[in-house]
Design a protein around this ligand. Structure first.
Ligand code: 4UU
Length: 551
């Protein structure tokens, strides 16, 4: 049974699980520190093609990749490399190879349009791009707008058939003269993009220390399946993208340290996923809520396929208690037989701040868990800013060694997000109970989450504003049974203009990745509700009928 936790007078909550030492290792050294204990264990397998490397091979490829990036492409420590890669085993080679060479990685969703990739890669001044054959033309086009560009790496390619393109296999086969740098753990090594609480996606500067701290924080006995023991040869099946912080640090690195066999799909299809369940008999599934819904409700997912599974980690968007229960009913298991774990995180916090302990009381189902070690929280009133006590909802503030250094080239946004005392303002609304289990109930920030993916309303709004006929626009997340939320546009047209819903939807579809499309449609209004400062009151749309479609 959980004990009632002491709440300080100030309502500042400390983790109930103490502190972790913040190491001085680099991320790659930390992740592969025990690899010599299991060199021939399978490391990462592509669930679609079956292509697989063991831990020893993975380590060798990472070292050779680092040498090639530094010795052959002449990339210098601190320079940025952009990855446009799906979940394939070579993702690990590129990202850890780059970090070993002291480079800073930024990754993009392969579904992005070239406009989206260009915006991100130009913003942080990328000097090289690694991608698969399909996206080489996009990389070439994007590279034209990048200064002092040093080259494209073709993952899957054999040799330098095209000028300026380096085949990964040839890079790894050749010997390179490289002097790998001593990398400082305080250095930034990853710049994922997040829109945070407002505006367009911004570069999130994460250091080795941020990411390593977070791995230590989540690998605390209370939160782990084997109470800290490693090397049980577990198989995990995972779909969340490695190019998002949950997939990269929360899943990939987390499981690499433990020597587990990671099976992943470059592209999710129900058939491939079911095939992997049967073929690899995974013990742990890492999912986002929409995938849990698929498992719980899709008729082709039979309970027999899930017999090997003993735990499922859900994160990146809200899950409902009823969906968790629906899943248990479907597989005819109790929560003791299949652990349903939730994690809460943000790109800005490397990502995990809250996690359910591996064993926790049934009545806490639906909770995002408790503070991981070395993490503090406050829940503040939306009106007065004071710190609230148990069962009072307010904005969640978090502090710990996993919180980012700041936004890339954007001091103003950094100051708005991390206050002078180091608190990260999450833009999420929630509360905690007397045992320090937290619950998320709402969001103050504009962010829309589509199947766990971030969608920035500002990004879609700016595209809709490009129509000369549009006077004003607000994009809002609307509830959706499978995706969680989908974007919907509320548009004010200039007088006597007849722009149609279809024209608006098509224009957005041309410029942005599919999950950002206006699946919620378009509604025409007379005015967009804005506050005194002129900011769109995104929040009022979701909660009331008064903004009902007038078209
Ligand atoms: C309700 O989504 C993430 C990171 C997710 C993550 C990572 C490691 C989950 C579990 C884990 O172990 O990052 P972002 O930056 O894309 O989105 C952050 C936002 C949060 O502010 C919140 O609004 O995503 C939402 N979110 C959640 N909401 C994330 N996790 C949850 C959750 N419940 N469990």
């Amino acid at each position: 049974a959980t004990q009632t936790a002491p709440v300080l007078e100030t309502n500042l909550l400390n983790s109930l699980y103490g502190e972790v030492a913040v190491g001085n290792e680099t991320l790659t050294d930390h992740v592969f520190k025990d690899v010599n204990l299991w060199p021939s264990a399978p490391c990462v397998t592509c669930g679609t093609s079956g292509r697989s490397y063991d831990y020893g091979m993975m380590q060798l490829m990472i070292e050779r990749c680092a040498a090639a990036l530094s010795g052959h492409l002449k990339l210098s420590p601190g320079e940025r490399i952009g990855l446009i890669l799906p979940n394939i085993p070579e993702f690990v080679v590129l990202i850890h190879g780059a970090m070993k060479a002291g480079l800073v990685v930024t990754f993009a969703n392969p579904l992005y349009t070239s406009d989206e990739v260009r915006r991100q890669f130009a913003d942080c001044n990328v000097k090289a791009i690694a991608t698969i054959e399909m996206f080489i033309p996009m990389a070439s086009e994007v590279s034209k707008s990048l200064k002092d560009y040093k080259g494209t790496i073709w993952v899957g390619g054999d040799d330098d058939k095209v000028t300026g393109i380096h085949g990964l296999r040839s890079l790894l086969m050749a010997d390179h003269d490289a002097d790998l740098p001593d990398v400082d753990a305080n250095d930034v090594c990853l710049i994922p993009y997040s829109s945070g609480t407002t505006g367009l996606p911004k570069g999130v500067m994460l250091t080795h220390k941020n990411l390593v701290s977070n791995l230590k924080q989540v690998q605390t006995p209370k939160f782990m399946k084997y109470d800290g023991e490693k090397g049980k040869g577990d198989v995990i099946l995972t779909v969340p993208p490695f190019f998002h912080i949950y997939g990269f640090n929360g899943i990939l690195n987390y499981n690499l340290i433990l020597g587990y066999h990671i099976v992943s799909l470059p592209k999710f299809t129900p058939d491939d996923y079911i095939k992997c369940l049967i073929e690899y008999q995974p013990s742990t599934l890492f999912v986002v809520p929409s995938l849990l819904t698929f498992l719980a409700t899709h008729p082709s997912v039979k309970k027999e396929y899930l017999q090997s599974v003993d735990s499922i980690m859900v994160g990146a968007a809200p899950t409902t208690e009823s969906m968790l229960e629906k899943f248990l009913l479907k597989v005819e298991k109790t929560k003791d037989q299949i652990k349903l774990l939730q994690g809460y995180g943000m790109t800005e916090s490397s990502p995990v701040t809250l996690l359910t302990p591996y064993i926790y009381p049934y009545e806490k189902i639906g909770s995002i868990g408790q503070l991981v070690p070395s993490t503090q929280a406050r829940v503040i009133s939306l009106t007065t800013g004071e710190s609230l006590g148990p069962h009072e909802s307010g904005e969640l503030l978090l502090r710990g060694p996993q919180v980012m250094k700041g936004y890339w080239n954007n001091e103003e946004a950094t100051k708005e997000t991390i206050d002078n005392d180091g608190w990260l303002h999450t833009g999420d609304i929630g509360y905690y109970d007397k045992e320090h289990f937290f619950y998320i109930v709402d969001r103050t920030k504009e962010l829309i989450k589509v199947k766990g993916n971030q969608v920035s309303p500002t990004e879609i709004e700016s595209i809709i504003m490009e129509h000369p006929e549009v006077a004003d626009v607000a994009v809002v997340g609307m509830p959706d049974a499978l995706a969680g939320e989908v974007p919907k546009a509320f548009v004010v047209l200039k007088p006597d203009h007849k722009l149609t819903e279809k024209q608006i939807i098509d224009n957005v579809a041309q410029k942005l990745a599919k999950y950002k499309h206006l699946a919620g449609g378009v509604a025409f209004l007379d005015a967009i509700p804005r506050n005194a400062a002129g900011k769109i009151m995104h929040h009022v749309f979701g909660e009331s009928e008064k903004w009902a479609d007038k078209s």
